[in-house]
Ligand binder design. Structure first.
Ligand code: KG4
Ligand code: ZN
Length: 365
């Protein structure tokens, strides 16, 4: 079966074609991502209305390129999957409207995919043997959550951040240190430099508060560490008497990136360890843009190894937003008969997504 998918929940317009065989093995035939980052970087963050307009301009080209690269024709497409929630409402509506029209014209099923579930499903594309149940950690610009995935379509949140997402914290601290939006990947590289000299065991080493709540819950909080890092940057600038536009010295930026990254990674690893110890999972799937972070990958891999659990994480190109992940989750949804009709709408919130999919599952059951 050929599945065509669209993802437009934030600032990437993405389309992909996958082929799935009788053994549920996924072959990625194309994955096109048109990024708007350069436009939004001018404003230090995503501007929703600009994002919607850019999706509107890009979507037809991106879709055509995905189909041409896959070497198929429109009549080969067996289903159209689309991210319908959560995300920026104007951005989602562009993708949903496009997918609805295409599914109607081709007279094929339309599959409404939750963006967070899709991030997790990205791993099916590279790990054909991966099967629920497993524990999933989604770390992105908008989410940091732990899910019990009991089957391909049943995700139960069992922990996560009570305020900011990990990606948001990386981006904010990066921005205050003068990095263009989004700063996550640049923070990753800078931390690698900082780790060459920053030693957490030294008495005077810089430390930031852990995002792991000091209790038995699986909850995290990134607002405290974010504020602590920003305050530290401001006080350091004052201490060094830096002019407004003068950057912090490189070694200080690297030290901050290392200490910040260490606190984020060890905090997430601590709660992950707790989740793995309390359950009988055999696999942990990490997903989302921040899952590309090299230091987090190492920390999470160590926790999995310590618990005798298989660690599954997509290659970095499938961690950030893309439509392969939408197609992969779409495939499992269509297997369960979870398809939408022509009234499909987009929802900005997690709650909206959950409500819609719960109603759809009731219809199917
Ligand atoms: O999943 P994603 O592409 O979009 C959302 O659904 O939010 O995640 C984007 C986030 C941004 O905050 C970006 O800075 C972060 O992922 N990110 C990283 C890295 N690469 C992307 N954060 C830390 N280290 C990275 N290497
Ligand atoms: Zn995402």
């Amino acid at each position: 079966m050929y599945i065509f998918a669209i993802e437009s929940s934030c600032d990437d317009t993405a389309a992909a074609v996958i082929h799935v065989d009788m053994c549920h093995r996924i072959n990625v035939l194309s994955s096109i991502v048109s990024s708007q980052i350069e436009t939004h970087a001018l404003y230090g963050g995503v501007v929703p209305e600009i994002a919607s307009r850019a999706h509107c301009e890009a979507i037809s080209h991106v879709a055509r390129e995905a189909i041409q690269t896959a070497g198929i024709t429109l009549s080969d497409i067996g289903a159209v999957a689309v991210t319908f929630a959560p995300g920026l409402i104007g951005s989602l509506l562009v993708g949903v409207s496009f997918a609805k029209s295409l599914a109607a014209v081709l007279d094929v099923p339309l599959i409404p995919v939750n963006h967070i579930e899709a991030h997790v499903a990205a791993s099916y594309a590279e790990n054909p043997n991966l099967e629920p149940p497993y524990l999933a950690l989604v770390v992105s610009g908008g989410h940091t959550s732990l899910y019990d995935v009991s089957d391909h379509i049943t995700f139960t949140e069992i922990g996560g951040t009570t305020d900011d997402a990990a990606g948001e914290a990386f981006d904010k601290v990066g921005r205050v240190m003068g990095m263009p939006y989004p700063g996550g990947a640049a923070m990753d590289k800078l931390a690698a430099v900082g780790f060459l000299t920053w030693d957490p065991s030294k008495k005077d080493a810089l430390h930031f508060p852990s995002p792991a709540k000091n209790d038995d819950s699986l909850n995290l909080s990134f607002s405290g560490i974010k504020t602590a890092a920003i305050n530290h940057i401001h006080t350091t600038r004052q201490r060094l008497k830096l002019e407004d536009d003068a950057p912090l010295p490189d070694e200080i930026r690297a030290e901050i990136a290392a200490a910040f990254t260490h606190a984020v990674c060890t905090g997430i690893a601590k709660k992950l360890d707790l989740a793995l110890k309390g359950h009988k999972y055999t696999s942990l799937v990490m997903a989302g843009g921040v899952a590309a972070n090299s230091h987090l990958r190492r920390h999470v891999s160590e926790v999995c190894e310590g618990n005798g659990v298989e660690f599954v994480v997509p290659s970095p190109k499938l961690c950030g937003d893309n439509a392969v992940m939408t197609a992969a989750q779409g495939y499992h949804m269509v297997r369960y008969g979870l398809t939408a009709d022509s009234t499909l709408n987009a929802f900005a919130s997690d709650e909206g997504a959950e409500e819609y999919l719960t109603a759809l599952k009731k219809l199917w059951r």
